[in-house]
Write a protein that binds this ligand. Structure first.
Ligand SMILES: Nc1ncnc2c1ncn2[C@@H]1O[C@H](COP(=O)(O)OP(=O)(O)OP(=O)(O)O)[C@@H](O)[C@H]1O
Ligand SMILES: [Mg+2]
Length: 246
């Protein structure tokens, strides 16, 4: 079933004229990762981000997550209290938003030495104030849903296979619903069952009003969730550095 969020759904993100360039100082050239990106995203809406390798998809998501500062443009995020421009917000505000409202899911797990898989997954619930045993129990449910074998739950993920690490990563990233989710090829090395579990979870989050922008290697997996597609064009490299601090 193809679900469209009601036209009355609240805008959650308004992106205006967003551009990100990389200075290639040693070559005296500028790479336009993307230029003049404009779109609106509403609660419960799912945007598929497409484009060839190098078109700037990951860079756009990282810029919206404020891992990069843009060259120009604005990204107005509507919190419950008011509107904040992610391109100029203070680092402390960005940290708070990442903690409570905006999530980023990649294919890579940031394992930490001597932290068990179930504790890594339970951490967002613990930080949100949930009691330990309850958080661990829910973490196990999600590890199980994504197909991580029970024998691995108390083990350290640094030695897990790529696919197993990705499953732990997804369980951790999706255990606590946020309002806005960026997904950068989260299914890259998942088996079919785990992909199905992921899509089911994303559908549940969408129905609960979570807005998402995602890059997917196999967009067919999420065909039923897609409301709109934004396609980035491959950019040329421009001669001459632009002499702008990035
Ligand atoms: N930190 C960086 N410094 C300089 N150039 C960068 C940086 N990050 C990305 N680029 C360049 O910006 C362009 C866009 O990269 P990006 O990773 O956003 O592409 P993508 O659309 O995600 O590609 P893929 O489909 O391969 O993941 C590429 O040409 C890349 O080389
Ligand atoms: Mg990418």
């Amino acid at each position: 079933m193809h679900t469209h969020p009601a036209a009355s759904a609240q805008t959650i993100l308004s992106v205006q004229g967003l551009a990100k360039h990389f200075e290639m100082h040693h070559l005296k050239r500028t790479l336009h990762a993307f230029d003049k990106v404009d779109f609106e995203l509403r609660e419960g809406e799912f945007i598929l981000l497409t484009g060839e390798n190098g078109a700037g998809k990951s860079t756009l998501l990282r810029t919206l997550y404020r891992s990069y500062l843009p060259r120009s443009g604005h990204a107005y995020y509507h919190t419950r209290e008011g509107v904040i421009d992610l391109t100029v917000a203070a680092d402390v505000d960005i940290a708070l938003l990442r903690h409570r409202e905006i999530g980023f899911v990649t294919q890579f797990l940031q394992a930490r030495p001597r932290v068990a898989a179930e504790e890594l997954v339970a951490e967002p619930l613990r930080l949100a104030g949930r009691p330990y045993s309850e958080a661990i129990e829910e973490a196990r449910r999600w590890l199980s849903a994504f197909g991580v074998k029970p024998g691995l739950w108390a083990a350290y993920p640094s030695t897990f296979s790529g696919g197993e690490q990705q499953k732990v990563n997804l369980a951790r990233a999706l255990i606590l619903p946020q309002r806005l989710l960026f997904l950068d090829e989260p299914t890259a090395s998942l088996d079919k069952n785990a992909r199905r579990a992921l899509v089911a979870r994303l559908a549940e989050l969408k129905a609960a009003g979570v807005a998402m922008i995602g890059v997917f290697h196999h967009p067919n997996d999420v065909a039923d969730l897609i409301d709109r597609e934004i396609s980035l064009q491959t950019k040329q490299i421009h001669d001459g550095a632009e002499n702008v601090a990035e």
